[in-house]
Design a protein. Structure first.
Length: 627
């Protein structure tokens, strides 16, 4: 592997992205979708008006044997973080020290989920989430290092799709600490992979592929030994390859630097005539995007977990400050304006932890299709976590805006809220931005209706096919639609949940309302619904709140009825937290329903287009203009 350049090298001319039409881009994305639902999905049921509580209740538990196997490792990890990791030094030096990386290797932190037969720890998703969350609560860059390596780097897709020979070759090396990365994004290709320009051409003898292209924002890319690289293999087909960074033609062009997570090794990686043996192709030619999406079904689950632990850290910081800081004759926590933030913060933190635990345990238990649960957990927890970090800074005021180093220099407790805010913000963008998550969830939510409507929503279908599909859909919906109004979502259903039963009854009723509203949107906007992203976003947000309410209520019930005395002791307060959270969630849901068809979306969109047409450039008149 070539040495890292101090500035971008000239290299070969970069390929120019081929103009890709909207239809072509959509076709590439559709081809990568998992089209079948062979296992149940709780969230999908919500959008269909079905409240399948039995999928969540009783709230799953971690296997006792798994917990026992994970504890020694988690204890070692905690000691390493506490004794050897100086978060402030990583912030100042923009580097995770080599002795810390070596320490992580020594305790097996790079092989948490790699099976023991290949030298890994063989732990489950829940234990892995707890490990990544623990590191992130102390220093965020280390959590990213481990997660990028194991959640979306080589180990996970290799476990899922690798051949026995590939696993035997690479997994032991990865378990020992060979750092890996995932290379998909390019300057002109992010959420729209159809614009990808990296290519892999099969050699004449068919023994290898010749890889050319450049990847941007490759986390761990500057220090990775192995990486999964996505490239086009003929036409629009996208394929995944395992690439060794030591191979000729692999070059780290530049390390990227960001507003937060100063220690992450993220960079631009260039591939120039890299010979990739055919046996290092993952899964199959043309299956790269599908591989990425399936990998992310579990790969995204670390972000809800780390978001939840950051929320808990913010709550701890605010609790101490609100107890100790006195203004106007009493602690600031007694003032309603601050108390409102802290109360909501506690309820949200409980719900976030419930969502993160639930999705990880569902992945461990198996038998579920969690593509929607994972995407929703990622979207909801990161957005709710961002609000909590923002509120925590507001509660601490100037002390929240001041750096921890400055606080320490003045003799105050060095609470790192300012750093946490900078570190956390990327979570709304990592592994699928919030906007893309809404579109992904919405696409899956309407899949049921697309299958029913068929040719009606297909712009390429002939008129005769549309007419036949309309007849079939009319007959189907004549039966289906009335059933979305029928159901018993009132007392005494769910009485065993005590004070939380009213919220579960509300979820039951509202899931049917959600499915009706989705159907109304399809009827009202027709094929144009996909362009009404604000409308789709509100529907997704309603589903997310219902999912979080379900997770919070079932987890609180589990704690209250647990055989463990320790868990039962938390049960009563957990029920109170779940109740407060559900009360606030219901208000938000009601507001989203009100905004579905009575909103200012068209006016706002038109204003945006006028901005882009430079009609309001006069608003920028007071700026110092660049040359």
């Amino acid at each position: 592997m070539t040495t890292t350049a101090t500035e971008p090298s000239t290299g070969p001319d970069k390929p120019t992205p081929t103009d890709v039409s909207e239809l072509e881009a959509r076709e590439v994305a559709e081809a990568a979708r998992e089209t079948e639902w062979t296992s149940p999905s709780f969230v999908r049921g919500l959008f269909e008006g079905k409240f399948h509580l039995s999928l969540l209740h009783p709230f799953p538990s971690i296997d006792p044997d798994e917990a026992a196997r994970a504890k020694p490792f988690l204890d070692k990890l905690e000691r390493l973080m506490r004794d050897r990791v100086d978060a402030e030094a990583i912030e100042q030096n923009s580097k995770i020290p080599q002795d810390v990386i070596d320490g992580l290797r020594e305790i097996g932190a790079f092989g948490i989920k790699i099976p023991t037969e290949y030298g890994g720890l063989g732990l489950h998703q829940t234990s892995y989430n707890r490990a990544i969350a623990m590191t992130s609560s102390w220093e965020g860059s280390i959590g990213v290092l481990l997660s990028a390596h194991q959640s979306i780097g080589v180990p996970q897709p290799l476990k899922l799709f690798g051949t026995p020979e590939q696993k035997k070759k690479y997994l032991p090396r990865l378990a020992k600490g060979a750092i890996s990365a995932f290379a998909l994004t390019e300057v002109d290709a992010g959420s729209d992979p159809a614009r990808m320009t990296t290519t892999a051409e099969l050699t004449e003898d068919g023994s290898a592929y010749i890889l050319n292209g450049e990847k941007l924002w490759c986390t761990n890319g500057t220090i990775a030994e192995l990486m999964v690289v996505m490239a086009k293999t003929g036409g629009r087909s996208i394929t995944a390859f395992i690439v060794d960074a030591a191979w000729d033609g692999v070059e780290v062009v530049q390390r990227c630097h960001f507003m937060g997570l100063k220690g992450i090794e993220n960079g631009v990686v260039r591939f120039t005539n890299v010979r990739v043996p055919k046996e290092d192709l993952l899964w199959g030619e043309g299956k790269g995007l599908k591989l990425a999406l399936i990998t992310l079904n579990t790969g995204r689950l670390t972000l809800p977990a780390t978001s939840a632990v950051v929320a808990q850290k913010c709550l701890q910081i605010c609790r101490r400050f609100a107890q100790e800081r006195v203004q106007w004759g009493k602690p600031v926590g007694k003032h309603d304006a601050v108390a409102q933030k802290i109360g909501r913060m506690a309820a949200d933190a409980f719900a976030m932890e419930s969502v993160a635990e639930l999705t990880a345990l569902m992945a461990d238990k198996g038998g579920f299709d969690i593509r929607l649960e994972a995407a929703m957990a990622k979207m909801w927890n990161t957005e709710r976590g961002w609000r909590i970090v923002d509120d925590a800074l507001q509660v601490r005021g100037g002390r929240g805006y001041e750096t921890s180093a400055s606080l320490a220099a003045r003799g105050e407790r060095p609470e790192p809220i300012e750093r946490m805010m900078r570190d956390f913000r990327i979570n709304l963008i990592f592994e699928g931005s919030s906007e893309i998550m809404r579109l992904f969830i919405a696409r899956e939510a309407v899949d049921f209706h697309f299958k029913v409507a068929g040719a009606i929503v297909d712009p390429k279908a002939p008129t005769s096919a549309k007419a036949l599909a309309l007849l079939k859909a009319s007959l189907y919906y004549a039966f289906w639609y009335p059933t979305r109004w029928i159901g018993w979502g009132h007392w005494p259903r769910f009485a065993e949940f005590g004070p939380l039963a009213t919220h579960l009854r509300y979820i039951d009723r509202t899931s049917r309302r959600l499915s009706r509203s989705l159907f109304h949107a399809i009827v009202r906007f027709g094929p144009g619904l996909e362009k009404r992203q604000a409308v789709l976003g509100r529907l997704v947000e309603i589903g997310a709140e219902l999912f979080a309410m379900s997770a919070a209520c079932t987890r609180a019930h589990k704690l209250q009825t647990s055989r463990s005395a320790e868990e039962r002791a938390r049960g009563s307060s957990a029920t109170d937290l779940a109740d407060v959270f559900c009360r606030t969630a219901r208000r938000l849901i009601r507001e989203r329903f009100r905004q579905l068809f009575r909103n200012d979306d068209v006016a706002v969109y038109q204003t945006a287009q006028r901005v882009l047409a430079n009609e309001f450039a006069w608003l920028e008149a007071g700026l110092i203009q660049e040359d």
